[in-house]
Design a protein. Structure first.
Length: 404
């Protein structure tokens, strides 16, 4: 019914029942207020179109969509004309790379080959206030997102980071510095980023076990402003990890003092929340997405490997959980601590960095079999090297395209 017809009815009602006049006036006032608000919205939209701000917004949105398409094409070799066809060959040739980086933002990029087991040695100290370097395995055509402790982010092509010689002795000065941390901040982590168009959430984990998710639909704003936030509740806390995840994913993190906890990403809040109660001396040292058929490896500083089935880790629903303890109290008293953890398949490999700077690759199946790592000194860091499953991921992309 049109507004004019409504007004005629209201007027007739007021004439027949004068006691209803006050109520009718209120109805008319409410409707006029709604129309005024809508008129102001249309006026603002018209002004935005006239001065170009709306056009600029649409242009930014188109540029972001083109950026995501470029990520898919470069990483998975998807044909430019369609998102559902598997190509005969990748658009860009890709080789597995290792990134070894520290909190000062220095990065060693090493190109791997199938035969290399002894990768080389870092001859100068890469640690910072007892914070060891971290290791990330990525394809050379990957996009890397750098997260800083201030909450700032920046994106780089892995191929733009200079390579160092495989099997060499590397000085700290040889490490690339693509984006030096600004005053008061450190590099928290580097995360692979090409799966952005296939992901539902950014998942943030802090050192003190806080977690939050952010919808990837906000990626345009995050990348445009170079900021995602710290993802921490306490001032003394800081970001530890940032990863892409999908609905129904299961996330796990492990702590320095041997606690491990799992939670469903779907159950996670969009606000920062504490997921585990930690002692004052404990903190998160590894976080990852795991599948039901994965094995979980936990490595101590002495090279001891603890192996668990992924499904054996209980999924926590409570924010007050203390996690499962994998290091017995007697071993904790002796100083045993976790230095790394990963969710692996038998065909995967693990890169290991020890305190002498030696960097080596070991098969995941050999670690679960032997239960220890032969190293020259204490273990500083480990990094998972997954078997290449790009085609499987493109097949998954095909399903996404067919269902849309």
């Amino acid at each position: 019914m049109s507004l004019s017809n409504k007004i005629e009815e209201w007027m007739k009602e007021a004439e027949e029942r004068p006691e209803s006049a006050v109520t009718i006036v209120r109805l008319i006032a409410r409707r006029l207020r709604e129309l005024t608000e809508r008129d102001e919205e249309l006026l603002a939209e018209n002004i935005a179109l006239q001065n170009g701000t709306r056009v600029e917004e649409y242009q930014k949105r188109i540029a972001h969509l083109e950026y995501q398409l470029e990520l898919i094409k470069r990483r998975f070799g998807v044909d430019e004309g369609t998102l559902v066809e598997l190509p005969a060959q990748p658009v860009e040739e890709s080789t597995p790379n290792l990134l070894v980086y520290n909190a000062q933002g220095r990065i060693f990029r090493i190109e791997l080959n199938s035969d290399a087991k002894e990768l080389g040695r870092i001859t100068s100290d890469m640690s910072n206030d007892h914070e060891p370097p971290r290791i990330l395995a990525v394809p050379s055509n990957e996009e890397a997102l750098l997260l800083y402790t201030s909450g700032r982010v920046s994106a780089y092509k892995v191929s733009d980071i200079p390579l160092i010689e495989l099997g060499g002795a590397w000085e700290r000065s040889q490490a690339a510095l693509p984006d030096e941390p600004r005053a008061g901040e450190l590099l928290a982590c580097i995360t692979p980023f090409s799966h952005l168009p296939l992901s539902d959430f950014f998942l943030q984990i802090s050192r003190r076990g806080c977690a939050k998710k952010t919808m990837t639909s906000l990626a345009q704003s995050i990348l445009g402003n170079h900021y995602i936030g710290k993802g921490a509740l306490q001032k003394s806390d800081q970001p530890f990890d940032l990863m892409l995840s999908r609905k129904q994913d299961r996330a796990v993190f492990a702590t320095y003092e041997g606690k491990v906890i799992a939670f469903d990403v779907d159950d996670l809040s969009y606000a920062i929340e504490e997921r585990i109660k930690l002692s004052a001396t404990d903190y998160v040292i590894a976080s990852f997405i795991t599948r039901a058929d994965d094995s979980l490896l936990f490595v101590t500083q002495t090279g001891k490997v603890i192996h668990r089935d992924s499904k054996s880790i209980e999924t926590s629903k409570s924010s007050t959980a203390k996690g499962q303890a994998l290091i017995p109290p007697s071993r904790l008293e002796q100083g045993v601590r976790f230095m790394g953890a990963a969710s692996v398949q038998d065909s995967d490999s693990v890169a290991v960095l020890d305190a002498t700077g030696r960097l080596q690759i070991l098969g995941a199946d050999s670690l679960t079999g032997s239960g220890s790592i032969a190293a020259e000194a204490w273990i500083l860091s480990i990094g998972l090297i997954q078997t290449d499953n790009s085609l499987a991921k493109v097949a998954n992309l095909r399903k996404v395209g067919e269902s849309s």
